[in-house]
Every structure is written in C-alpha cells, then in structure tokens.
Design a binder for this molecule. Structure first.
Ligand code: NDP
Length: 245
C-alpha cells in the first residue's frame, strides 16, 4: 500500500537514495532540506520516472520550518505515514581543538532536529492512530573514538530518544512504530561536513577503503517500512562487510 513519507536531509546521500527507492515503490514523498535546487532536481527525477514527490525547503534546527514541512505533507497528501529524521552532519575533532561551533551545530541538527521532527509529526500520527518514525543514528551511537565524542553523543541521544518514544507509543496504543537506522561508513557527502583538515583527510581515506553506497541503507529502510504493522523493526545496524569497527 502506498504511504506518505516525509524525509529530512533528502537533498543528498542516504536521504536522497531512500527517497528515490521509496518513490519507485509507489509511495508519495515529501522532501525536506536547505538546498532548494537539489530538492527541485530530485523531485523532477522522481516525477520523470512516474513517481510522486513534493518538497519544502526546511532547516531542521528551526521548529517552525519543520512544522511547515509537516503541514506541506498534510495539505498535499492528507496524512503522514512515515517521518524520517535523517538530516545530520559529522564535523568531528578532538576536544582540545575547541571547535565549539561544530559541537553546537551537531547538537542543533543531529539532536534538536530529531526532536523538532517528532514534535511536528507525532500529533498527526496520534490522530491517525498510525505512523512510523525512522531516525537515522549511526554505529557511532554504540561506540566512540578520539574525535568522535560529540557526534557519538548526539547519535546515542537519538537512540535513547527513539526508544523512549517507542515505549510511550506502545503505552498509548497509538500504533506508532519507531525504527533507528545505524549505518557504518556510507559513501555520501557527510565527510564534507568535517572542518578539521586532518580529521577530514583521515576519514576520507578510511571511507575510500571501506564505504558502501547508500542504496543498501535505503533497501533496509524500505524493509522496515514494509514490515507488517504487527511487528516493529527497532534498529537496523548496517556496516560495510569490510568495516571492522
Ligand atoms: P549527506 O551529507 O550526504 O546528507 C546530509 C543531509 O542532511 C543533506 O541532505 C543536508 O541537506 C541535510 N542537512 C544538514 N543540515 C541540515 C539542516 N540544518 N536542515 C535540514 N537539512 C539539513 O550525509 P548522509 O546522507 O551520510 O547523512 C544522513 C544521515 O546519516 C546523517 O544523520 C548522518 O549522521 C547519518 N549517518 C551517515 C553515515 C555515513 O557514513 N554517511 C554513517 C552513519 C550515520 P542540506 O545541506 O541541503 O540542508
């Protein structure tokens, strides 16, 4: 059955690949990100392949902007079946380097952005007595390393927020499911968000060796969405086969 699916961070990488796959499967996509030209191109490509998609320029750090994305979905398609909180960035660095702006941006986008998405979509899902959040965390939610402290903290936060949300919705008998997606190294634009040149170089070299394409993550997300409603896939951890940790 066709679903109305909202994706933040849809202008590149995992969000874009997921949007394309879910549109091919006959769903109606509502795409959010800041770069309008990218969203326009994506909607054009989806429509050219007989898919159905719209977009709203969205900054996930701004609650009003995220609520506007939800409103766009409701005005156009009348409901929100799936909301994917996927926008994120990974400017890793050691604490001694004092890149406080990067820490704050990660907290704002990776953590506050997810909370804004929940606030924008949950009341509608409660009314519908149906819905599904897909929250993109990371394997960094499960383990950290030097330079990864703040990124891991935001992603571990996504994990905890998601499980509390899942439990609250079970208690409320709302039929709202929650799935966390925790990828390993995926070939996207994420490495470009690293501002420390040495960290960026090292990460890019690692990604060149092991990273896989986002299509595999998209396929796993589609699997979680298409799982019959009596079952809830709570977390998907997907590493490249070549990635050790
Ligand atoms: P990309 O850099 O390719 O995509 C990030 C997306 O987030 C872009 O569409 C970007 O769009 C959007 N975004 C960033 N800031 C904002 C904002 N303030 N408001 C709205 N959208 C925003 O990276 P990925 O596809 O890899 O990242 C997607 C998610 O996957 C992230 O949460 C990331 O942490 C996670 N992840 C990625 C892994 C990887 O190896 N690639 C591994 C584990 C997790 P725009 O700039 O147009 O706003």
């Amino acid at each position: 059955m066709s679903k109305v699916i909202v994706i933040t961070g849809a202008s590149s990488g995992i969000g874009q690949a997921t949007a394309e796959l879910l549109a091919q499967q006959g769903n109606q996509l509502v795409l959010g990100a800041r770069r309008e030209a990218r969203l326009q191109d994506l909607v054009k490509r989806i429509k050219a392949a007989n898919g159905d998609a719209i977009y709203a320029v969205t900054d996930v750090t701004d609650l009003a902007s995220v609520k506007n994305l939800a409103q766009t979905a409701i005005e156009h398609y009348g409901r929100i079946d799936v909301w994917m909180n996927n926008a994120g960035l990974m400017p890793q660095s050691n604490f001694i380097d004092g890149r406080v702006d990067d820490w704050n941006r990660m907290i704002d986008v990776n953590l506050r952005g997810v909370l804004n998405g929940i606030d924008a979509a949950l009341p509608t899902m409660r009314k519908q007595k149906a819905g599904h959040f897909i929250n993109t965390a990371s394997i960094a939610a499960h383990a950290t390393h030097p330079g990864g402290g703040v990124y891991s903290a935001t992603k571990a936060g996504v994990l905890m927020i998601s499980d509390a949300l899942r439990q609250e919705e079970v208690q409320a008998q709302s039929n709202v499911r929650v799935t966390v997606v925790s990828p390993g190294a995926i070939n996207t634009e994420l490495v470009n968000s690293i501002t420390d040149p040495n960290v960026k170089k090292g990460t890019a070299q690692f990604y060149d060796q092991v990273a896989i394409n986002p299509d595999q993550i998209a396929a796993s997300i589609a699997f979680a969405i298409n799982t019959p409603e009596a079952a809830s896939i709570n977390e998907l951890i997907i590493r490249p086969s070549k990635q050790q940790a």
